[in-house]
Design a protein around this ligand. Structure first.
Ligand code: SF4
Ligand code: SF4
Length: 261
C-alpha cells in the first residue's frame, strides 16, 4: 500500500534482515485515522517483524516511517509508546507472570493517585513468583529461572524451538516428525540456549537481586541489536518491583510459616 498525505501512519521501503534471513524487503504500508487494518500472511511472512519495527522492538535496516505527518523512528518500545504506538503481543508472547491489564500497561505506568489506585487493584502474579523464590522454591515463570530450558515450542510444521521468542533457524532444535523427544532434549543447541540467560551484564553481576532476576528474560536484552550480553530493557522496573516486594513478602512468609515453608 502506498502512503498519502492524509495517512495517520506510513511505512515506506522498510527492510529488516537477521543474519542471512531477509525478514522484510521494501515494505510499504499506510494507515488512516479510524481505519482497522488486518495484516495477514503465512508463518514467516514477516508480520511480527513489521509490527516490531513499528513498535520500536526492532530497528529497521532501511526505510522511513511517519506518524501524523511527522518523521517517526522509535529506538525502543518505550519511545514508541510515548508516541502513541503500542504492540499487544499474541497470547504466546505475553509476559506470563503478569495479568492482562499489566501486559497492556507494562512500561506505561503513570504515577498519579488514580493510576496508583488502579495498579493496586490489579492482580500481580509476579508477586507469587517472587514469593516462591524467596521461599526457596522454583518460581512458576521462566523469566525468573536461572536458565532457559523449562519448555520448548512446537511450530505448525513440527519444528521445535527452545522458546517462542526465539523461533529462529539458528535456534531450531529439531522436528517432531524426524527426531525423538530424547534427541531433541539432549541437543547441544538446547543447552547452549539455556546457558545464554546466565550471560550477565556487569550491572547484573553487582545487583543485589541477581539471584532472583538472573538478568531478566533474554528477549528483552536489546540495545541497538538484540544481544544476550545487553542489560534487560526492563531492568529498572525489575529493581523497583523487587525493592518494594522482597522484604515484605519475606516477612509475610515468616509470619505465615514460622517453621519454614
Ligand atoms: S528467553 Fe528464556 S526467560 Fe525469556 S521467555 Fe524464553 S525461556 Fe523464558
Ligand atoms: S534487576 Fe537489572 S541489574 Fe539486577 S539482575 Fe535484573 S536485569 Fe540485572
Amino acid at each position: 500500500m502506498l502512503s498519502d498525505t492524509s495517512s495517520l501512519l506510513t511505512m515506506q521501503g522498510v527492510s529488516k534482515r537477521f543474519g542471512p534471513t531477509v525478514a522484510l524487503k521494501n515494505v510499504d504500508l499506510s494507515l488512516n485515522a479510524s481505519e482497522v487494518l488486518a495484516l495477514i500472511g503465512e508463518n514467516g511472512a514477516g508480520k511480527s517483524t513489521l509490527m516490531k519495527v513499528l513498535s520500536g522492538a526492532h530497528l529497521p535496516d532501511t526505510g522511513t516511517m511517519t506518524l501524523s505527518g511527522q518523521s517517526y523512528h522509535p529506538r525502543n518500545p518505550l519511545q514508541a509508546r510515548k508516541s502513541g504506538v503500542a504492540m499487544i503481543y499474541q497470547e504466546l508472547s505475553l509476559a506470563p507472570d503478569l495479568t492482562v491489564a499489566e501486559n497492556i500497561t507494562f512500561g506505561h505506568q503513570v504515577e498519579t493517585p488514580v493510576r496508583l489506585a488502579d495498579r493496586q487493584a490489579m492482580r500481580i502474579r509476579c508477586f507469587d513468583n517472587i514469593a516462591e523464590a524467596v521461599a526457596g522454591h522454583k518460581p512458576g515463570t521462566c523469566t525468573m529461572h536461572e536458565s532457559c530450558d523449562s519448555y520448548v515450542v512446537v511450530e505448525y510444521n513440527g519444528d521445535v524451538y527452545p522458546c517462542d521468542f526465539f523461533v529462529e533457524s539458528s535456534w531450531k532444535l529439531g522436528n517432531v516428525n524426524a527426531d525423538t523427544w530424547r534427541e531433541i532434549a539432549r541437543r547441544q543447541r538446547r543447552f547452549n540456549f539455556a546457558g545464554k540467560k546466565s550471560i550477565a551484564h556487569p550491572e547484573c553481576q553487582a545487583c543485589e537481586y541477581q539471584s532472583l532476576c538472573h538478568g531478566g528474560c533474554p528477549k528483552f536484552r536489546h540495545g541497538p541489536h538484540r544481544n544476550f550480553e545487553d542489560l534487560d530493557y526492563f531492568c529498572e522496573s525489575h529493581k523497583m518491583i523487587f525493592a518494594k516486594s522482597v522484604d515484605p513478602l519475606a516477612e509475610e512468609l515468616r509470619r505465615l510459616y514460622p517453621n519454614g515453608v
